[in-house]
Design a protein around this ligand. Structure first.
Ligand code: FAD
Ligand code: NAI
Length: 464
């Protein structure tokens, strides 16, 4: 048994970042993790492995589709699937070991095992009970099943993202249920590796909540890459045969029942908070209807000394949102000021092209009757993008009609996930579109497209 200032339960991006910041602020800190390795969903079965497979499959796509155009002739590479998985596992290992190193460097104790909270101020791991002035729950999330449908997930034929990251082989036919972030990222991976991928989506548009123009351009681009879509379809059953599955769905507009065969079915219909085994009910911790831990503005639950962050609480289920909450709650516990600006949390989809978004959409502003203006610039007018076959897509900057203050930005195009951050910084500083437009941007960069969109909010873009 040991006494700590802070014990964090869970070592995902919320938990491990929080632990490091607590230690840096001089608090005696431990982090409980039940997995074999640190880093949570993100490093082990989420952000990092999926990006490794996206990268490898994108390289293949480039070789197959663009190399010859640049005068790079020869046989296209073939896929050695076990080696691709080994590369992905190596990337995971480097990252999870990196967190272990950072814990040692910052003197954070890793309490190995599954933790529970028998009472405020105590955390039990195995047979050991540790004392902590403050407990932070960062227990993350898990994949949820298709709501209201008869689907048994076996992680072999019917898989979540976790199974999809380590399939025995590349399937011939894959059905993805849900056209959200996971479905489109993992669907892209397998489509590029040669699978016939069909995405079945409940709504009429992909990536719900995103800017409508981006949604349309994104879907069109993915279709060009070979993904098929069945839209407005509610999956009600997945039948598993020996080595195959049949996905049954109803077309919502006419109630027509249809089905589609698959070698592998990926269930990607959202995630839910994971709080099993923590003992929250006995502690009387208040939860939301959606199963999230309820917190106040300082991430405190209704029980003194117990806080919660990341996917286990409300808000977008994103690694960087969890990290920001982790750093902020550490500051609060150390007696400082902790702050997260929930209006400026970027969202990125790491397909090719990438999709990135921050702040208000036109649709959300119309609903609020907020007057705005739009500056849009196509990557077709960006020399660098054209040079690398990445002219499809655009930057759309939205600014207040009167004050010119930037309200949001939506990008589909090359390196969109990096470009979005200059807009995030601008928004944090309350900048206007003109501030961006007057900032010198190096040539030739993709970033020039952001500046051109800002110019388009005023007197007009130059290369449009
Ligand atoms: P988690 O990362 O889920 O970590 C929680 C940890 O707590 C787990 O390791 C778990 O084992 C541990 N734990 C739980 N209960 C206990 C207990 N009682 N005792 C001990 N340990 C416990 N987000 C992005 O921003 N960008 C991306 O590109 C991205 N890609 C993703 C791809 C996939 C396939 C998936 C599934 C998710 C992706 N996400 C991405 C989402 C991202 O992974 C999550 O938002 C993020 O991991 C949440 O962090 P967290 O710290 O709240 O929880
Ligand atoms: P999601 O919420 O992004 O998408 C789920 C999709 O499934 C929605 O389009 C929804 O309409 C659809 N759906 C729901 N029920 C259905 C049904 N019965 N039939 C057909 N379609 C149905 O969830 P997803 O993709 O599982 O991702 C979970 C979380 O992981 C997200 O919140 C996301 O933030 C995070 N994530 C983030 C990534 C990133 O930042 N790049 C990558 C992967 C995941």
């Amino acid at each position: 048994m040991a006494n700590y200032d802070v014990i964090i339960i869970g070592s995902g991006p919320g938990g491990y970042v929080c632990a490091i910041r607590c230690a840096q602020l001089g608090l005696k800190t431990a982090c409980v993790e039940g997995r074999e390795t640190l880093g949570g969903t993100c490093l082990n079965v989420g952000c990092i492995p999926s990006k490794a497979l996206l990268h490898a499959s994108h390289m293949l796509h480039e070789a197959e589709h663009n190399f010859a155009k640049m005068g790079l002739k020869g046989k296209s590479p073939s896929v050695d699937w076990p080696q691709m998985l080994a590369y992905k596992d190596d990337v995971i290992g480097q990252n999870t070991k990196g967190i272990e190193f950072l814990f040692k460097k910052n003197k954070v104790d890793w309490l190995k095992g599954w933790g529970e909270i028998p009472e405020a101020g105590k955390v039990k791991v195995g047979d050991e009970v540790h004392e902590a002035k403050n407990i932070i729950i960062a227990s993350g999330s898990e994949a949820s099943n298709v709501p209201g449908a008869d689907v048994t997930i076996d992680e072999k034929i019917v898989v979540t993202s976790t199974g999809a990251l380590e399939l025995g082989k590349v399937p011939k036919k894959m059905v993805v249920i849900g056209a959200g972030v996971i479905g489109l990222e993992m669907g892209s991976v397998y489509a590029r590796l040669g699978a016939e991928v069909t995405v079945v989506e409940f709504l009429d548009a992909i990536t719900p909540g995103m800017d409508a123009e981006v949604q349309k351009t994104f879907q069109r681009t993915l279709k060009k890459q070979g993904l098929k879509f069945v839209m407005g379809a509610a999956v009600n059953k997945v039948e598993t045969l020996k080595t195959k599955a049949k996905v049954h769905y109803k077309i919502r507009k006419n109630d027509k029942e249809e089905s589609i065969d698959a070698d592998v079915v990926l269930v990607a219909t959202g995630r839910r908070p994971y709080t099993d085994g923590l003992g929250l009910e006995a502690l009387g911790i208040e939860m939301t209807k959606g199963g999230q831990i309820k917190t106040d503005d300082h991430w405190k639950t209704n029980v003194d000394g117990i806080y919660a962050i990341g996917d286990a609480i409300a808000g977008p289920m994103l690694a960087h949102k969890a990290e920001d909450e982790g750093m902020a709650v550490a500051e609060v516990i150390a007696g400082n000021h902790g702050h997260v600006n929930y209006n400026v949390i970027p969202g990125v989809i790491y397909t090719h092209p990438e999709v990135a978004t921050v702040g208000a959409t036109e649709e959300s502003l119309k609903e609020q009757d907020h007057k705005y203006k739009v500056g849009k610039f196509s990557f077709m007018g960006n020399g660098r993008a054209k040079a690398v076959f990445a002219g499809d897509g655009f930057v759309k900057l939205i600014a207040d009609a009167e004050t010119d203050r930037i309200l949001g930005c939506h990008i589909i195009g090359p390196a969109a996930g990096d470009l979005i951050h200059e807009v995030c910084v601008a928004m944090e500083f309350g900048a206007s579109a003109q501030d961006l437009a007057l900032t010198c941007h190096a040539h030739p960069t993709y970033s020039e497209a952001v500046r051109e969109a800002a110019l388009a909010c005023g007197d007009g873009a130059i290369h449009a």
